[in-house]
Design a binder for this molecule. Structure first.
Ligand code: ATP
Length: 268
């Protein structure tokens, strides 16, 4: 008799005697009408660590991020962000929290009519605490940090996709977040740019000690970045553990996923 396999992992709830997770899902369930997208999903990310969320298309990766940002609410379960259970939060409370946790969208979500520099300055201006000179200085520093130093006066439409993503990351950083969520940062970019974006995310992790969640289809990318991996499958947290544990897993679904990935993108 074949049955849907149980989630195979291991320590899905953080050990209580250690560090507290910065972000955690505890038995989260989310449906849209009859479609159950997440069923009893638990995972966590420690401060300063990177979690990569993997899984096939439509499996609830983006829905997970949107719930952390409070754009969607779970039907049940708990979502902890920065030590707080955000499930009952009002939009006003979420807006405060979104200064600590920010998201880099696939399309960058840059304002097309503003220059790159003005886009990055936007969160700084919203704070209404800084003089124009200070803002300009921070913007230049951020653009340099993400490797697009000479683009401040250009419009987003002047830039290729990879550079737009870097600008979107610079804008996210200008809000001085504690955590960044990246939704498919390497979609539609070539392998070289994908590598550069990986370098950038690593650099931010090391230099700024940022907590990160990266939703990706890209195993190579996840291998470089992930302290832990969440593999979603059929609405379940099918696997949660380190990349090494995932690669060594004998679970049939994980093996299929890894083998298919190796076929699509052979190792060079
Ligand atoms: N606001 C919404 N209303 C109704 N259904 C939604 C909504 N958001 C997402 N869904 C559905 O939830 C499922 C999971 O969507 P999600 O975007 O999280 O997938 P994903 O794993 O990120 O996939 P992909 O890799 O293709 O982006 C999909 O079937 C999607 O159609």
């Amino acid at each position: 008799m074949s049955s849907v396999p149980e989630t195979i992992e291991i320590n899905r709830e953080a050990p209580s005697d250690e560090r507290k997770p910065y972000i955690a899902f505890e038995h989260v369930r989310k449906s849209f009408g009859d479609l159950c997208v997440l069923d009893d999903v638990s995972f966590f990310v420690y401060p300063g660590e990177t979690l990569c969320i993997l899984g096939r298309s439509g499996v609830g990766k983006s829905v997970s991020l949107q719930q952390i940002m409070g754009f969607l609410k779970p039907d049940s379960g708990k979502i902890i962000v920065a030590d707080e259970d955000i499930c009952g939060y009002t939009e006003a409370q979420m807006q405060v929290l979104r200064r600590k946790v920010t998201m880099v969208f696939q399309n960058g979500a840059l304002f097309d009519s503003l220059t790159v520099g003005e886009n990055v300055a936007f969160p700084l201006r919203e704070r209404k605490e800084l003089l124009d000179d200070q803002i300009q200085q921070i913007v230049s520093g951020l653009l340099e940090m993400v490797g697009v130093a000479d683009t401040a006066d250009l419009l987003p439409s002047d830039l290729p996709v990879g550079m737009k993503r870097s600008v979107a990351i610079a804008r996210a950083l200008s809000a001085q977040p504690e955590a960044i969520l990246y939704d498919e940062p390497t979609t539609m970019v070539d392998p070289l740019i994908s590598h550069l974006l990986g370098d950038l995310i690593q650099k931010l992790k090391k230099q700024l000690k940022l907590t990160s969640i990266v939703v990706t289809h890209d195993m190579r990318f996840a291998e470089r970045l992930a302290d832990r991996v969440l593999f979603l499958h059929q609405a379940k947290a099918h696997f949660f553990g380190t990349m090494q544990e995932m690669k060594e897993s004998q679970d049939e679904i994980i093996r299929q996923f890894l083998e298919l990935d190796a076929l699509v993108l052979p190792k060079v």
